[in-house]
Write a protein that binds this ligand. Structure first.
Ligand SMILES: [Zn+2]
Length: 293
């Protein structure tokens, strides 16, 4: 069985590179647009009864918690953590107080806002090897109650797209029950204009787009071959990287997500991150016992 896993890194960024004098911020200038993006993605999922995981930057809850809860508090949606302020967690590996704020305090605020347990984390930006070799981060995560993490989300040397890495347990770093669920393919923000480094030669088993996509169809086409590849190769899952702010910037109805879900629904099963975590937990040998990265 193969799964299309829908996950959204939920943060209030905007096309900052178009107005460089405005600078860059994950908070609070574009709250209305941020909420509209989250709503558009949520509606596409609800129309299809398709599950999804939303990984929240907890700072957004301080700024607009009730509005975000009104959109996302639905049984289809799995609410998880994307840190408090979106830092580079590996740069904080030796700063226990900062890690505690970003991992424990963020988790608690999300749990208090939604009244649900948070057990999953997405590391801002993602890394080539994830948290392999970073036991201090894993220790803070484990003690805080996290049980799975998406920290592998880049190709070699921090490039995009991310190869189709499959899950592993952090056994080598001393946390044999902490699962890595790597993310895949393009980061939609970088695919559609945010400056970033793309890997050459191509690292995905399908073609890069001939030009930068600027509409829903183009974004869909950049990701869709991964659905067929996953089905044909019998991979456990395909987990493309998306952000509501960036989806909304390309299509205010999130039509690229609608196209992907409709395509995936014909070929493989749809799942949230929480569902794939529990699926693997019940069949632990589906994940490698060690990082192969
Ligand atoms: Zn992020």
């Amino acid at each position: 069985m193969s799964y299309y896993v829908a996950a959204y890194d939920t943060e209030a960024v905007y096309p900052w590179w178009e107005n460089p004098e405005d600078g860059f911020s994950y908070t609070p200038e574009y709250i209305t647009e941020f909420l509209a993006g989250v709503r558009a993605v949520a509606e596409v999922h609800m129309q299809r009864a398709a599950p999804a995981s939303f990984f929240l930057v907890a700072k957004m809850l301080e700024l607009t918690g009730p509005a975000l809860r009104a959109i996302l508090d639905h049984p289809l949606f799995d609410i998880q953590c994307h840190t408090f302020t979106h830092p580079n967690l590996i740069a904080l590996a030796d700063d226990k107080a900062a890690l505690t704020y970003e991992l424990n305090d963020a988790k608690k605020l999300i749990e208090d806002t939604f009244g649900r347990a948070v057990t999953g984390l997405t590391a801002p930006g993602g890394y080539t090897r994830g948290f392999a070799g970073h036991p201090r981060i894993l220790e803070v995560m484990w003690e805080a109650g996290y049980r799975y993490v998406r920290s592998v989300g880049k190709g070699p040397n921090g490039t995009v797209p991310a190869p189709l890495n499959q899950p592993f347990w952090y056994t080598q770093d001393g946390f044999p029950e902490l699962l890595e669920t790597p993310s895949h393919a393009w980061h939609d923000n970088i695919l559609t204009g945010q400056p970033g480094s793309a890997h050459w030669p191509p690292i995905l088993p399908w073609r890069y787009p001939a030009a930068m996509p600027d509409d829903a169809q183009g974004v869909y086409e950049a990701y869709a071959p991964g659905i067929d590849y996953c089905a044909e190769q019998g991979l456990l899952y395909y987990l493309p990287i998306f952000h509501p702010w960036s989806i909304y910037r390309i299509d205010q109805q999130a039509a690229q997500i609608a196209l992907l879900l409709d395509h995936a629904g014909q070929k493989i099963e749809l799942a949230s991150c929480n569902q794939i975590y529990h699926y693997i937990l019940a069949r632990p040998t589906l994940a490698s016992g060690e990082s192969l990265l």
